[in-house]
Write a protein that binds this ligand. Structure first.
Ligand code: GLA
Length: 745
């Protein structure tokens, strides 16, 4: 890996000196200023200003977070609010940047701890700060308890997104037990017209977008599952005012970079102040710090825009591409991929995979991936997980002949792995039954016939690293699809003392990241996809170590429109893989045309997962032309600016998206009609994000446009007059490309 590149998470953790991620050079941050007269800190980045100060009690208090202010605008002084009543003591409601649970505090604390001597009171007061190229570090502490908390702020100059994290250090001579540890809290001013947008879902139905008004009371978005999960994704957006839409309105948004159990607690208090606290999930959490020990939190990222939720998503996308992905700021485009999982399931074998590879190459595919079933005694999901050796019945000569064949066909080669799991029916489990998460002498629940290896154990961590390192050393592999197909149960760790066992929630994930980081360092050409039975492990933590993600096992092209749309609120299409699979689709038996399937999948990283050996010459020709067309637009689709034009949420009949190349030279419009609406015409599409005075020529990849549509027109025309598409019947679709004509104007 190029050592000069670094993700923002790595920069923060490098400065904190953690072992979690690589100690790479720091990412440049936007300027951060300290005003000694007013004891205020101020960040100006992108289009935002963020400010906080030290109040008379030595408490850090949020002062402002919103649109960029003029350089000489005052951001105010931090002052403790007056006591309202005996029930609201002075300081109880102060919007603290990072609050310890102690004193009269009633806002949600970021840190709650108890000490060996019985004390549970922790008051974090300002001690000092440091600003350098890597960002701002503010040290808080409770002098009596001998605890320090180092808050870290890094701001992205382009998007204004701020990454915050904390390091907790125990300098006392007694053990300190952490009961609750957040990365950061974000405070919004008192208002009565906030609404929350969040993502929810389940297997094969991920990425549903939901909104609800905020009223006094709390909402927890969280996972108690041991991993990110798809019940909620660690992303939020809070919009203000009743008039918001894609391109208008104040939006505060954020995402947590953590792939274990997490919690984002959104609280509106009786004074209508809103506080968003995110970090390790406090449920079943306990982390003991011996004297001299410390703990680093994940990074909680957040941004603001007054250009609506569409712009909030585009800021996130840009931030992920440039600051999170391991190959950022210019990650490679996703190659067109073939994977036979839906076609062959576990029945993989050398001759058939070779035939599939030949066919895939003839369609223009660039990466060939063998999914589950190539290893151990893996003929179904009942056996073999944990035994990462090639199944010689299926591949008598090992993987080399197939890999050579794939390379000879000018494709890269990839392999499916699920390294954190074990089937009871495996050599690994027979040898090491004590390696799984479990409580002593209690049941071990299965999920998909498998258990979770306790990656927090050093021997398990080493086994997983060595197995994958060997696989990548002995075989010329360019890609791993890294799967994770169940959630935790009985998360015990009987080999350590009872009071140390809950560290598993932190150490497991740290070790997962460590394995991925070391594999990337030792095998710099290998890319990784994060998959968890679909989109169950997508977050800014794992994205710092992987190149793409699998958003859902649901490959129905109509369901996928909603899934992909929901995904796009938080995450960039640059990492979102989408396959063309068989019709009828296995999820819902829905039939759809090959055109509809291709166009739906072309909204992300295009893959093919159908049994292409059964395709007719006509289907081959269709596929070939879409793959070729896709290669001409994929830079725009994957890494351009995404505009959601017609929302497919709530089973809406229409769906349209537009992607605009970063340099404005191309725009790609996808439009879908799920169900014809009486005799109604498809809504006129008004493009967005074009240069109004440049001229663009349209060409349809598929579908028709209304007669009389000019071949070339200004950006203003396409955006204001719009374009009418000839979509009428169920599962009609169109893709239209707008290329800026020579010279632009
Ligand atoms: C999970 C993945 C699928 C496939 C299977 C293999 O369900 O999400 O894409 O890899 O495992 O068992």
């Amino acid at each position: 890996m190029n050592q000069t590149k670094t993700s923002m998470a790595a920069a923060i953790l490098a400065l904190l000196g953690t072992s979690g991620l690589a100690a790479k050079p720091a990412t440049p941050t936007a300027p951060i200023h300290y005003d000694a007269d007013h004891k205020t800190f101020r960040i100006d980045a992108g289009k935002i200003t963020y400010a906080f100060g030290v109040n008379d009690d030595g408490i850090l208090q949020t002062l402002y977070w919103g649109s960029r202010l003029a350089p000489d605008d005052a951001v105010g002084n931090a002052t403790p609010p007056k006591s309202r009543s005996a029930f609201d003591a002075i300081g109880a409601n102060t919007p603290q940047e990072y609050a310890g649970w102690g004193g009269p505090i009633t806002v949600m604390p970021d840190l709650k701890a108890h000490f060996a001597d019985g004390n549970r009171d922790l008051i974090l007061r300002y001690q000092n700060y440091k600003i350098d190229d890597g960002g701002l570090q503010v040290t808080l502490g409770d002098k009596a308890a001998k605890v320090t908390v180092i808050l870290r702020y890094v701001a992205d100059p382009a998007t204004g997104i701020i990454g915050r994290s904390a390091r907790i250090e125990n300098h006392a001579t007694q053990v300190m037990t952490l009961d609750r540890v957040a990365a950061a809290s974000w405070n919004l001013p008192a208002a009565t017209d906030y609404s929350l947008r969040y993502l929810t879902g389940t297997w094969a139905a991920e990425w549903h977008v939901r909104t609800r008004p905020l009223t006094p009371g709390a909402t927890d978005l969280e996972s108690r599952r041991g991993s990110t999960g798809d019940e909620n994704n660690p992303w939020f957006a809070i919009e203000r005012g009743g008039h918001w839409n894609e391109s208008q309105g104040h939006v505060w948004f954020g995402a947590l970079g953590w792939s274990g159990s997490w919690n984002i607690h959104i609280d509106q208090d009786v004074l209508n102040q809103v506080r968003i606290t995110g970090g390790f999930n406090p449920f079943d959490f306990s982390y003991r710090l011996q004297p001299g020990e410390g703990l680093d939190t994940p990074v909680f990222y957040a941004g603001y825009t007054d250009d609506g939720i569409g712009e909030a998503s585009r800021l996130m996308h840009r931030f992920e591409i440039t600051r999170i992905l391991p190959e950022g700021p210019k990650p490679k485009l996703r190659p067109v991929l073939y994977n036979s999982w839906e076609a062959t399931e576990f029945k993989v074998n050398e001759p058939e995979q070779e035939r599939l590879a030949e066919k895939a190459a003839s369609l223009g595919v660039e990466r060939f991936v063998i999914d589950d079933g190539w290893f151990g005694a893996r003929n179904s999901d009942k056996a073999g997980l944990g035994d990462w050796v090639v199944n010689r019945e299926k591949f008598p000569n090992g993987l080399k002949p197939l890999i050579d064949k794939v390379h000879g066909l000018k494709m890269s080669f990839g392999l499916w792995v699920e390294p954190e799991m074990v089937n009871p029916d495996s050599d690994l489990y027979r040898q090491h039954p004590d390696w799984v998460l479990n409580f002593q002498d209690r049941q071990r629940s299965l999920g998909r016939n498998q258990m979770v290896l306790n990656l927090a154990r050093q021997d398990v961590r080493d086994y997983v690293f060595n197995a994958l390192d060997k696989l990548l050393t002995e075989n010329d592999i360019q890609f791993l699809k890294w799967d994770y197909n169940r959630n935790w149960s009985e998360p015990g760790w009987p080999q350590v003392a009872p009071e140390e066992q809950q560290k598993v929630y932190v150490t497991y994930v740290q070790n997962l990241y460590d394995i991925m980081r070391r594999l990337r360092e030792r095998h710099p050409g290998v890319e990784i996809e994060s998959c968890s039975g679909g989109g169950g492990r997508v977050d800014l933590g794992i994205m710092g170590l992987t190149d793409e993600v699998w958003p859902s096992d649901n490959t129905d092209p109509s369901d996928r429109l909603s899934i992909q749309d929901g995904f796009s609120y938080a995450y960039t299409p640059a990492v979102m893989m989408a396959w063309v699979t068989g019709s009828p689709n296995w999820v819902n038996k829905r039939n759809s045309s090959l055109d509809f399937r291709f166009l739906s999948s072309m909204q992300g990283g295009l893959g093919i997962g159908a049994n292409i050996l059964e395709w007719t010459p006509a289907e081959d020709a269709t596929a070939r032309s879409y793959v070729e067309a896709y290669k001409g637009i994929r830079a725009t689709v994957q890494q351009g600016l995404l505009y959601r034009l017609l929302s497919p949420q709530e089973r809406a009949p229409y769906s349209a998206t537009e992607s605009v190349a970063a340099d404005g030279s191309q725009a790609v419009l996808f439009a879908f009609l799920r169900q014809g609406q009486e005799a109604q015409a498809y809504p006129t599409i008004h493009l967005q994000g074009l240069d109004a005075s440049s001229r663009y020529r349209y060409r349809a990849i598929h579908g028709t446009v209304a007669p009389g549509t000019p071949a070339v027109a200004s950006g203003a025309y396409w955006m204001s007059h719009g374009i009418d598409l000839g979509l009428h019947s169920d599962f009609d679709a169109a893709a239209v490309v707008f290329d800026r004509v020579n010279g632009g104007r």
